[in-house]
Design a protein around this ligand. Structure first.
Ligand SMILES: Cc1cc2nc3c(=O)[nH]c(=O)nc-3n(C[C@H](O)[C@H](O)[C@H](O)COP(=O)(O)OP(=O)(O)OC[C@H]3O[C@@H](n4cnc5c(N)ncnc54)[C@H](O)[C@@H]3O)c2cc1C
Ligand code: SF4
Length: 492
């Protein structure tokens, strides 16, 4: 630690965000990073506290504290402070193969666990330091294709190109195995590409990484729905490759079993979000091939991150109104004084979509403790409204539950987006490979192996819907398991 008093003398400074009214004019990223000198000063705020919870990734009281990738945060904070950017890149890549993704979309579990944050109320800007390091890596040429010096003669097929698939492919290729990634969609990236909206993660960031991987020898086959109509059959893959890794995500959406669900104009959130991004990338919306919220009264079922992404997207399209139903009560604005951990229980965060809704409509779109009871359709069968019921917390059979209060009201809407969570992976791939699944719809846990010899699984498909940072961790651990299976030992 070069600056022992930095945490007392330097204040936390983050990137500026374009004002909501300005950023909703387009789908571009809206963070303006700090100048290099300012970022170095932020590195000086790291106390090197000796108990780096930030990098621990430990489960405490049932929740993970710190970075699941165990990023060596105090070490690279110090390198940033001293301006040793190239060393910082190498230190960062030692644990996180794709910091350009996490530094844009990770909820920064590290910052919630930062000792400096507990001491001063202002955690170190770990995520933005990470972004500055990796962007230096690309700009300076430190990140460039480095194919493995030798090949092992082993081959691996990776099914699915989300962050988990990319991580496992990258590491196994670096180890010298020949890797091919099969992707059902027309572009590589999974939910990074067709889930997370462009304003949170511009898609050239994914293409830039994929280009490096291609130049290092990873093959990508897009439009290949393995076990489906447009891709190879499982038997072909297991015959052709020494190992297969399933990284197909957990995209099975939770539906709503309420009267009127069959009305037109009711869609799943990820279908909406992916359609918007595809049309943006294909033609800057000229093809008109996505759902358009322009002029519509949008109702979003689900107050979580996916719902918030729908809010931000619908506002950019020019919706006339947006409302979001959330079953749970509003979290407290601040952590209770008796709570030793910064975010436990969770505190209310004003997400970018909420900020934008407040700027445009003057109010948060979220209605807490509500759910939909019924959809109403017009004479053409198109949704025109929803009966919303209010909920209260009660104990039912000894467990906490949200139950109807009996109070109801009707909301007008002509576009409904269901963002009510996910129920595991789409079953056809696991079934076709003969891979066991759990009651949660995820692949059964045998480490990263499955019940089928030579077939492995990782990411949301194994863990259930989670975060990009966890998908990368899963990819890292799965790569080590596959390597050991192929070589009898692993150095990954
Ligand atoms: C709307 C939305 C926003 C999110 N925002 C964030 C965020 O801001 N920050 C964050 O950390 N996390 C976020 N997440 C969660 C995060 O995106 C996921 O946890 C992560 O992408 C999971 O990675 P994965 O590789 O396991 O699966 P996925 O990213 O789902 O990738 C799976 C891939 O497998 C492919 N596939 C499936 N079946 C086949 C087949 N049969 N053949 C070939 N390919 C197949 C799919 O097409 C897909 O490309 C978000 C999720 C959603 C839905
Ligand atoms: S990956 Fe996420 S939790 Fe880990 S250091 Fe980066 S921002 Fe923090």
């Amino acid at each position: 630690m070069g600056n022992p008093t930095g945490f007392m003398t330097i204040s936390r400074q983050t990137s500026t965000e374009l004002p909501p009214a300005e950023r909703i004019q387009n789908f571009k990223e809206f963070h303006v990073p700090l100048h290099t000198d300012e970022q170095q000063a932020q590195g000086a705020r790291c106390m090197d506290c000796g108990v780096p919870f930030c990098q621990s990734g430990m489960v405490l009281c049932g929740m993970v504290s710190g970075c699941p990738l165990n990023n060596l945060i105090p070490e690279w904070n110090d390198l940033v402070f001293h301006g040793h950017w190239e060393l910082a890149v190498r230190r960062l890549l030692a644990t996180n193969r794709f910091p350009e993704f996490t530094s844009r979309v990770c909820p920064a579990l590290c910052e919630a666990a930062c000792t400096c944050g507990m001491a001063t109320g202002e955690p170190v800007t770990v995520r933005e330091n990470e972004r500055a390091i990796i962007e230096y890596g690309y700009e300076s040429g430190v990140i460039r294709p480095v194919p493995p010096p030798a090949r092992t003669g082993k081959t691996v097929a990776v099914v699915g190109s989300g962050p988990a698939g990319l991580a496992v492919a990258d590491l196994l290729n670096k180890r010298g195995h020949k890797v091919a990634v099969y992707e059902r969609d027309d572009r590589v990236g999974g939910l990074l590409m067709y889930g997370i909206p462009n304003m949170k993660l511009e898609k050239w960031v994914i293409d830039r990484r994929v280009d490096v991987m291609k130049a290092e020898g990873v093959a990508f086959v897009t439009g290949a729905d393995v076990a489906g109509a447009t891709g190879p059959a499982p038997a072909d893959l297991t015959a052709q490759y020494d190992a297969v890794v399933l990284c197909c995500g957990a995209k099975q959406p939770r539906d709503l079993a309420v009267p009127g669900r069959e009305a037109q104009g009711i869609h799943f959130a990820v279908d909406y979000l992916s359609g918007v991004t595809r049309s943006l990338l294909d033609s800057a919306f000229a093809d008109g091939r996505c759902l358009d919220a322009k002029g519509k009264k949008v109702l979003i079922i689900g107050g979580g991150d996916t719902g918030n992404d729908c809010v931000g997207t619908a506002i950019r399209q020019g919706c006339a109104a947006v409302t979001q139903l959330e079953m749970l009560p509003c979290p407290p604005a601040e952590r209770a004084g008796t709570n030793p951990w910064p975010e436990w229980p969770k505190v209310l965060k004003t997400d970018y979509g909420q900020q934008e809704a407040i700027a445009v409509f003057g109010a948060e779109p979220r209605l807490w403790q509500t759910t939909v009871k019924e959809f109403l359709a017009d004479e053409n069968g198109h949704v025109r409204g929803a009966v919303v019921q209010k909920l209260e917390s009660k104990t039912v059979d000894g467990r906490p539950a949200m139950v109807p209060t009996g109070e109801e009201f009707t909301l007008e809407c002509d576009l409904v987006l269901i963002a009510a969570g996910f129920t595991g992976c789409e079953g056809y791939v696991a079934e076709a490979f003969g891979v066991e699944r759990t009651a949660r719809g995820t692949v059964a846990d045998h480490g990263f192996a499955t019940n089928v010899p030579g077939v492995f699984a990782c990411g949301d498909m194994r863990r259930g819907q989670s975060l990009v940072v966890w998908a990368l961790r899963e990819g890292r651990d799965a790569a080590a398991a596959v390597d050991e299976y192929l070589m009898g030992y692993t150095n990954l």
